[in-house]
Design a protein around this ligand. Sequence first.
Ligand code: 1GP
Length: 251
Amino acid sequence: MQRGIYQHIQEQKQAGKKSFAVLIDPDKVNPGNLGELTELAVSAGVDYFLVGGSLVISNHLDDCIQSIRQQCDIPVILFPGSPSQVSRYADALLYLSLISGRNPELLIGQHVISAPFVKQSGLEIMSTGYMVIDGGAPTTVSYISNATPIPSDKHEIALCTALAGEMLGMKLIYMDAGSGAKKPITEQMISAVAQQINIPLIVGGGITDPEKAYKNCKAGADIIVIGNAIEKDPSLIREMSAAIHSITVTV
Ligand code: 1GP
């Protein structure tokens, strides 16, 4: 991709188009199933790969990204759970600040430590206000972050947090119920946030069917992230992509 990924995300938003990002956890793929997944993603018109996880145990992040890149042109965006998850083979990085929590390490501490090598990586850096929303049960992200998620019915907390993130200069807001969340984020909360911010809104966590993805987009999500459901049934990629891409809103 010649121009920047963030510019592309903004252009899609301005055109009223919705995007689909497939989340790949490097711990859960092997060369065989990653190849198959990539092939399916290309044929289904997936917009982005997000690679990373709250807790990555293996050390084949680089191999995983290189294998995707050898097979396709779908941009690879890092979604790091820690500063160790930076790979120069990716295209961009979500520079996440956990603005829904009050853990200073995840708001700014780890950024200070990782800033020099993040800069040296040459990756496109996209500052992202990361908001963890209660998904009905503790998820890896809620446990690891040691921060309380925003209650799922407190729309006003979510929208004020997102607004603050935007006014602090963040380029994206990512609302996440956590991987494998029992209850994905409600359309009411997505809509409350989307109506208040101008920057692109990413939504993920516990989305398992195309109808939910569709409704989330209708409520104002610009990018839908799906991991678990696709790990379990890769053939869902096609239906999810069709549902997300079927929407064009008038802006
Ligand atoms: C998690 O938003 C992502 O950070 C995706 O969640 O794995 O539940 O799709 P799922």
